[in-house]
Design a protein around this ligand. Sequence first.
Ligand code: NAD
Length: 258
Amino acid sequence: MKFSGKTAVITGGGSGIGRGTCLKLAGEGAKVIVADINEAAANQVAKEIKEKGGTARAFKLDVTNYAEIEKLGNQVKKDFGFIDFWINDAGVSKILPFFEHTEEIWDQTIAVNLKGQFLCCKVAIAQMLENGGGNIVNMSSQSGKVGTSNYQAYCASKFGVIGLTQSLSKEFAGKGIRVNAVCPGVVYTSMWEKQEADYAAKRNLDPHKVMDYFKDKIPANRIGTVNDVTNTITFLLSNESSYITGQAINVNGGDIMF
Ligand SMILES: NC(=O)c1ccc[n+]([C@@H]2O[C@H](COP(=O)([O-])OP(=O)(O)OC[C@H]3O[C@@H](n4cnc5c(N)ncnc54)[C@H](O)[C@@H]3O)[C@@H](O)[C@H]2O)c1
């Protein structure tokens, strides 16, 4: 197994892409820390992993709270050893016309999607430096490369993630720490379940036709799967990508190409 003996923290691990990442890394032998603000969801994923014979622990974590992140980092080091992999997956998303984008939505989106990754990297990188190396994957988005309407806070946060990723990778590449970002297109998770109606309103579509709309638009003629993204994350965490750092990798069926 590729990741035997490795300790991996996945924020947002209770649902969607984060959940898929937890299951995948556990399947490759990693000790998996499922960290999510939704404690019940984190518990459920850890339980699933343990039932399959893997090693996992659930933590309730709000990525906007530095004290909680620090506490998690110390506990993981004590119980599982140094953190080798940190996947910053926790995220929130709101599709709304600009004048309905309240200051509260802006603050919340930037706090979770961007500042949360910055705070988590502080704890992750401190341990990785002590341990002589490590690997971080930050979840950005296609919306971190191209701005779309009704999506100001989310796009700003995901563009920011790419800047954060590049800056960290430059600073720590010489210390054996790689930092990359992943930029998925559309993957149908609970995030899309919640925002499908708002997207339909923006494009004047029947809410049930939103995914068909994307399918027609994407060159590969399908939306992405959780597996498409977790395969990319696994590659970035593996030694097969040992010369790749500071990159923002598209996983989008050919939708955008830069
Ligand atoms: N689904 C897509 O199409 C898509 C596309 C591009 C990027 N992404 C990004 O991928 C990541 C995962 O998205 P998903 O589609 O799996 O969404 P999801 O809603 O299924 O999962 C997000 C998880 O993050 C957790 N979370 C939210 N706020 C948190 C906080 N403050 N602290 C800790 N955990 C918190 C939620 O409880 C949830 O379990 C997000 O960063 C999202 O922006 C998703």
